[in-house]
Design a binder for this molecule. Structure first.
Ligand code: ZN
Length: 274
């Protein structure tokens, strides 16, 4: 599933591709993707004539900012956007097509069909689900070590599960939580409320650093995103633990282990993360 850095890269790419384009009409081939409004015809009608002014991000959500509306889109596991000339044949698993008035169209493909789209009056999107329940943006000035420590004190869960909770910090997923915990030398099963101020400070710093490095790397894949017709892969961020089971730890050389924490596959170094 794309996490904050991937969604941020997709956002930047989409901004280059679709900013200023005006929607002539919309085709929806899998109505269950559209969560708001309930009536898909209403969704399509409302978007006619709207121009895309900006593509924003909140957590792992994309927000298309239009004239009077905001379209909130979550890619979940496999959702992908691609811009195509209108005459080009539609590929399988294309569920929503935004036809622009310049002979191009933005296509949403989703093999697993888990993605969601919500349409709101502009400005209302932050007051309504799903965005209204999201926690702190990691790149916000309000995300401080003190704030993080306070939030961790309020939960009885382990640190891995707490960091995956989008209601605390928005945008983190399995990869970047494992990486940030390794870089902070914190065991994923540690009770969140037991972290010291020093540990929470280190973790706070590593969350921002890890995400920022990934965003910076992601920026270089923009070209391939366009060329490979809407495909966007995981970035070539140097990972310390994620998907490195039994490979030597880059700090101490002992094998990285994998276990379940809160039902999620979790990679860690038992020697570096005590
Ligand atoms: Zn190690």
């Amino acid at each position: 599933m794309p996490e904050l850095p991937e969604v941020e890269t997709i956002r930047r790419t989409l901004n280059k591709l679709v900013k200023g384009k005006t929607i002539e009409n919309v085709s929806v081939y899998w109505p269950r993707l559209i969560k708001q409004p309930e009536d898909v015809n209403q969704f399509c009608d409302a978007l006619k004539g709207e121009t895309i002014h900006d593509v924003k991000r909140r957590g792992k959500f994309l927000i298309f900012s239009l004239d009077t509306l905001s379209l909130v889109s979550h890619l979940r596991m496999e959702g992908r956007y691609g811009l195509y000339p209108s005459e080009k044949q539609t590929e399988p698993h294309t569920h929503v097509v935004f036809h622009f008035n310049d002979q191009t169209e933005l296509r949403y493909r989703d093999v697993r069909k888990f993605g969601t789209m919500h349409l709101f009056q502009k400005g209302e999107e932050h007051l309504r689900l799903p965005l209204s329940q999201l926690g702190m943006e990691p790149f916000s000035d309000d995300f401080t070590a003190e704030w993080l420590l306070q939030k961790l004190k309020e939960t009885s869960r382990n640190i891995k599960t707490a960091l995956l909770d989008q209601k605390i910090v928005a945008g983190l997923g399995n990869i970047y939580v494992d990486e940030a915990l390794f870089r902070s030398s914190i065991h994923p099963e540690r009770p969140a409320k037991d972290l010291s101020f020093d540990e929470a400070s280190k973790l706070h710093l590593e969350i921002i650093r890890t995400l920022k490095e990934a965003v910076d790397k992601g920026g270089s894949t923009v070209r391939s995103y366009v060329n490979s017709q809407g495909q966007i892969g995981m970035f070539q961020l140097e990972l310390f633990v994620y998907a490195r089971k039994n490979q030597p730890c880059k700090k101490c050389g002992r094998p990285i282990q994998k276990m379940k924490v809160g039902g999620r596959g979790t990679h860690f170094c038992p020697n570096c993360q005590k």
